[in-house]
Design a protein around this ligand. Structure first.
Ligand SMILES: Cc1ncc(COP(=O)(O)O)c(C=O)c1O
Length: 448
């Protein structure tokens, strides 16, 4: 075959500084990047260009649901790209229809729209809300303090963190924030203009804080009572990360409203995870893990509202392309075939126990361990003894640097929390390896 691309560079290289210089000179500096220059990955591991191996428990911030370089994703990309990469949404194609059907069957009666990112998925839900409330003059969406909903102008208006808004005023109107897990505060905040409530089942960027069962059930009842849409941002915590398709399904397992279905085996029950039939949000945004690394977003709207966005009211050129949908279908197929929801639950829950043991062993250094399945947060004590490094950086960033040096990637959230969002197929031995690395850092700090 004719060679169409130059040969890949050798794996071990010493041009870290040169690559960083390319960024400094040519890439807008909107990210605070770590020093690492990554080259390639395999499964739960990723390598930098100097050949150093890292256990990747950050998963590209909950994106790499099947790990790095999964052959099924490669195969889906190659096969579909031989047939049809892109067609305009002026036309039908099978993969988009089949993916929408799969998502609807995992959530409940409704319809899906496909886009390219989590921020864009939330924008779609904002537009559904505007249409929903339009004729009554209602447009406002209540969100929660410490939430994160994306970096578009409406996304930062929806996000309950001042740091993302600063310098971008005036804010898009129609968003107000109230404390998370506080039903009475939400009730008190409703105004005649309010049309929807938007929450994450587990606040991710805000520090891995799960909603309580009573909060979710209370929000549903409140929305029914006040004729509001209940919107769930499942961008980070969705796609089986917690052991259920959406985190609210896992959180509500303990609630009386969730019947265990008779006559289904455990595997089937896990897959058909829309167990809380009595509890359905009115809209859900999705992205990240859905494409396993291929950029994709989606939102689902419950049946009564699913046709609010009629022809000509919303669109995006690339959304739901044959290529993106083929990859997303393949990701779902692998998740199902390999029973990864149960893996996420078991390996995640055991990792959480491991972190809780560390918190008991080092109470002066670890304040809290939170999360469900493979979405875990480790909160460092506010003044972590012995933590060196650039004091202009947060503790979370400085701790992440120590983890990097020891061969592990984790993601900071806020000033003091480290997030673990690894692939859904993380093996128990890999989780144990990660715990050992984390412990080694605390053990060293303890000696200082
Ligand atoms: C809960 C939540 N919503 C929305 C977004 C925005 O997604 P994207 O970066 O794909 O636009 C994120 C990203 O981290 C997120 O965690």
């Amino acid at each position: 075959m004719k060679e169409i691309a130059p040969a890949p560079p050798p794996i071990v290289r010493n041009d870290v500084a040169a690559i960083q210089a390319l960024f400094h000179q040519n890439v807008i500096p909107s990210y605070g990047r770590f020093d690492l220059v990554l080259s390639h990955g395999s499964g739960s591991y990723v390598y930098d260009i100097t050949g150093k191996r890292f256990l990747d428990l950050g998963g590209g911030i909950a994106v790499c649901s099947l790990g790095h370089a999964h052959p099924a994703i490669t195969e889906a990309l190659v096969e579909q790209s031989r047939k049809l990469v892109h067609v305009s949404n002026f036309y039908y194609h099978e993969t988009q229809g089949r993916l929408a059907q799969a998502l609807v069957s995992l959530i409940g009666p409704g319809k899906c729209f496909f886009c390219n990112s989590g921020g864009e998925a939330n924008e779609g839900l904002f537009k559904v809300t505007r249409k929903f409330g339009h004729d009554e003059g209602r447009f406002e969406i209540l969100t929660t303090i410490n939430s994160f909903h994306g970096r578009t102008l409406a996304g930062i208006a929806a996000t309950g963190q001042d740091k993302v808004k600063k310098g971008f005023e005036p804010s898009v109107p129609g968003f107000r924030h109230v404390p998370y897990n506080d039903l009475e505060a939400m009730r008190a905040a409703i105004s005649p203009a309010t049309a929807a409530i938007l929450v994450e089942g587990i606040q991710g960027e805000g520090g891995v804080t799960p909603a309580t069962t009573d909060y979710l059930l209370g929000l549903r009842a409140l929305c029914d009572e006040r004729k509001l849409l209940l919107l769930v941002d499942g961008v980070q915590d969705g796609h089986f990360r917690t052991g259920r398709f959406q985190s609210y399904q896992r959180i509500l397992e303990s609630a009386a409203v969730v019947p265990r279905r008779e006559g289904t085996n455990d595997n089937e029950q896990t897959w058909k995870s829309a167990l809380p039939r009595d509890f359905l949000p009115d809209g859900i945004s999705m992205a990240k893990s859905i494409g396993g690394g291929f950029p994709m977003g989606a939102f689902w709207v419950r049946a009564p509202y699913a046709d609010l966005l009629g022809a000509g009211t919303h669109g995006t050129t690339y959304g739901g392309s044959p290529l993106a949908c083929a990859v997303a279908l393949k990701v779902l197929e692998v998740i199902r075939r390999e029973n990864l929801p149960d893996n996420a639950r078991q390996v995640g829950d055991s990792m959480k126990h491991g972190l809780e043991n560390l918190a008991r062993k080092y109470p002066a250094m670890i304040s809290n361990v939170r999360g469900l399945g493979l979405m875990l947060g480790l909160e460092l004590a506010p003044d972590l003894p012995g933590l060196s490094g650039d004091s202009s950086k947060t503790q979370a960033v400085r701790f992440a640097n120590l983890l990097h040096a020891a061969g592990l990637l984790a993601i900071p959230a806020g000033a003091n929390v480290l997030r673990f969002l690894p692939p859904l197929n993380l093996r128990q031995v890999e989780a144990n390896e990660g715990l050992q690395i984390v412990e080694s850092i605390f053990a060293k700090l303890n000696l200082k």
